[in-house]
Design a protein around this ligand. Structure first.
Ligand code: ADP
Ligand code: TYD
Length: 204
């Protein structure tokens, strides 16, 4: 079972993933969480370039770097765990590339980003994607005091509006994506997430 979480920076993904992981672990499931980009030594090195490099990174190169980090994570960690029957939870997956590099940067057509996503994951699709929907201004307010902006977050307010609209488009197109209002309390959002997971995980 592959569960992915998506949404703009500060939308509450890490908060909800922690709760869901604890909930499923207590129920006896073998649960593994990875963040993207990251989750393997090589993918973490690529993450450092993507979030901290002082170089200008061309949007195509950026898309390929996110995809390279993902290819390594899928092939060496996610696939083997899924084959063993584990539950894998991802803090972002390829929908982020579609939203950030496709809709946000706008320099590579969304259709080409989607081909790249299929290649990097070897067509692995999530069973369910939880999209935590939050107004970009609210997300900025939530994250601004807790951490310094990274290279992606410095792209600015208009960029985040395009990314957010991209996630909205994706959620309308894809049945696996469940869009949830993340402006509510963490517990309210969590209860709704569990309701959706119960429909998909047998015996939960
Ligand atoms: P993300 O992983 O999507 O960047 P986080 O889970 O790190 O988001 O949340 C960003 C900030 O907002 C954190 O300080 C977190 O404690 C806070 N936060 C998370 N969920 C909520 C919520 N439902 N209401 C208010 N603040 C929240
Ligand atoms: P991270 O700190 O993990 O996200 P968050 O701020 O939501 O906790 O940072 C990852 C950044 O990389 C975030 O700005 C989204 C961006 N990103 C892309 O642009 N494309 C991608 O494919 C992925 C996975 C992330």
């Amino acid at each position: 079972m592959l569960i992915t979480f998506e949404g703009i920076d500060g939308s509450g993904k890490s908060t909800q993933i922690e709760k869901v992981k604890n909930y499923l672990t207590e129920k006896g499931y073998d649960v593994h969480v990875f963040r993207e980009p990251g989750g393997t030594p090589l993918s973490e090195q690529i993450r450092d370039i993507l979030l901290n490099s002082k170089e200008h990174i061309h949007p195509l190169a950026e898309s390929l770097l996110f995809s390279a980090a993902r290819a390594q994570l899928v092939a060496t960690r996610i696939r083997p765990l899924l084959d063993e029957g584990a539950i894998v939870i991802l803090d972002r997956f390829y929908d982020s590339t579609t939203a950030y590099q496709g809709y946000g940067r706008g320099a590579v057509p969304v259709s080409e980003i989607e081909q790249l996503n299929a290649l990097a994951t070897q067509n692995l699709e999530p069973d369910i994607t939880i999209y935590l929907k939050l107004d970009p201004e609210k997300a900025y307010q939530r994250r601004k005091d807790i951490r310094e902006e990274d290279r992606m977050e410095r792209a600015g307010a208009d960029f985040f509006k395009r990314v957010s609209a991209g996630f909205d488009d994706l959620a309308e197109r894809e049945n696996r994506i469940v869009a949830l209002d993340s402006s509510r309390s963490p517990d309210e959002t969590f209860r709704e997430i569990i309701g959706h997971l119960e429909q998909r995980i047998p015996r939960l």
